[in-house]
Write a protein that binds this ligand. Structure first.
Ligand SMILES: Cc1ncc(COP(=O)(O)O)c(C=O)c1O
Length: 379
């Protein structure tokens, strides 16, 4: 029997507890497990850095909803990225990274892993020819975000998978902005999916976490070895909260998309807005590719305002329902100024973002209230 997305989100890895029948997997708040004689492990559990049943449930669930064979849960999205890169790359290797990416991802390459000898080049992922031209013999990974954070750029996952594989490299897709409900990178040819589960998977702004999902068992084993060897695992309570969030991912994403479409329309028609960046709009340069590889276009919108940086910053302070804050993907709407907040670490780099840019994470509140809040704040 093959199950649909929502069925997997609610049930995968979450069989009722065999002893008590509990429908929801318990939070296994234990660091160690009684052994039945030395080496006599019950169900494979020996120490909770290596494995914990609540984390196993989350790992099986994320693997199922991304269409992979193995999932691994980490303490944060960046911990997942770090484990991936240090597991699969060595000093002297080269990675192509997005010309527009989450600032923390850029910082990991620029300030941490470059000191360790990992080389990287930012490339415009929307231009497959430019990506192909930037590949070197030492390129190990092409790292993709689509849509990108914060400019909502779109990359053609299938085309980039072809380029990576021709070069003997792996294609990694950060699927945080889309979520597996809207986009399935492994089915499009990606080798590894990365998530900040802090965002749409958790969905309620109450937990920080990360995940890796793969479609090759050998690669899964290699990453799992490093997950244990490096140790930045998700704790059982965090795993439990994330699993709870994932159950409603499909219905939440549909409402995020409904609301974002209305907000994009409002911004597009507003005289004080100079540009709206949302892949659902016909005029977006990545619209056709997004329509091909995404179910819908997501809940993230960025826009530029007349009045420059000063007005963008002031606007972020004038909304009432859109809360001024970092992060995204929760049920509540957020507003932020990427240049001074989430992407401050990219200032002065090729990934610096425009100063007049405002980013919205459109939540699932009553849409008319969101539209009224923005209308009042824009003036
Ligand atoms: C697209 C993307 N990838 C990765 C991360 C890093 O995840 P975390 O904050 O959970 O470490 C973020 C965080 O904002 C993000 O937006």
């Amino acid at each position: 029997m093959s199950n649909g997305f929502e069925t997997l989100a609610i049930h995968a890895g979450q069989e009722p507890d065999p002893v008590t029948g509990a429908v929801v997997p318990p939070i296994y708040a234990t660091s160690t497990y009684k052994q039945d004689g030395v080496g006599g492990l019950r169900s494979g559990y020996e120490y909770s850095r290596s494995a914990n049943p609540t984390r196993t449930a989350l790992e099986e669930c994320v693997a199922a909803i991304e269409g992979g064979v193995r999932g691994l849960a980490f303490a944060s999205g960046l911990a997942a990225e770090d484990a991936l890169l240090r597991a699969l790359c060595a000093p002297g290797d080269h990675v192509l990274i997005p010309g527009d990416a989450y600032g923390g991802t850029y910082r990991l390459f620029a300030k941490v892993l470059s000191r360790w000898g990992l080389e990287y080049d930012p490339v415009p992922l929307g231009d497959p020819d430019a990506v192909r031209a930037a590949v070197r013999p030492s390129t190990k990974i092409i790292w993709v975000e689509t849509p990108t954070n914060p400019l909502l750029g779109i990359a053609d996952i299938a085309a980039l998978a072809g380029i990576a594989h021709d070069a003997g490299a792996l294609l990694v897709v950060d699927n945080t902005f889309a979520s597996p409900y809207l986009q399935q990178p492994l089915a499009l040819g990606a080798d590894i999916v990365v998530h900040s589960t802090t965002k749409y998977l958790g969905g309620h702004s109450d937990v920080v976490g990360g995940a890796l999902i793969v479609r090759d068992r050998g690669l899964g084993e290699e990453l799992a070895y490093h997950q244990n060897a490096m140790g930045a695992v998700a704790g059982p309570f965090d795993a439990w909260l994330t699993l709870r969030g994932i159950k409603t991912l499909g219905v939440r994403m549909d409402r995020h998309c409904d609301n974002a479409e209305r907000v994009a329309e409002l911004l597009l028609a507003h005289p004080k807005v100079t540009q709206v960046l949302y892949p659902g709009l016909d005029g977006h340069p990545g619209h056709e590719v997004a329509a091909k590889q995404m179910r819908r276009f997501g809940g993230m919108i960025s826009f530029r305002v007349a009045g420059g940086e000063e007005e963008a910053v002031a606007l972020c302070g004038r909304t009432r329902l859109f809360t001024l804050g970092e992060s995204l993907g929760g049920v509540e709407s957020l507003i932020e100024h990427p240049g001074r907040m989430t992407h401050a670490s990219a200032a002065g780099s090729p990934l610096e973002v425009p100063a007049d840019l405002v980013r919205l994470s459109v939540g699932i509140e009553t849409v008319d209230d969101l539209l009224a809040d923005l209308t009042e704040a824009l003036g």
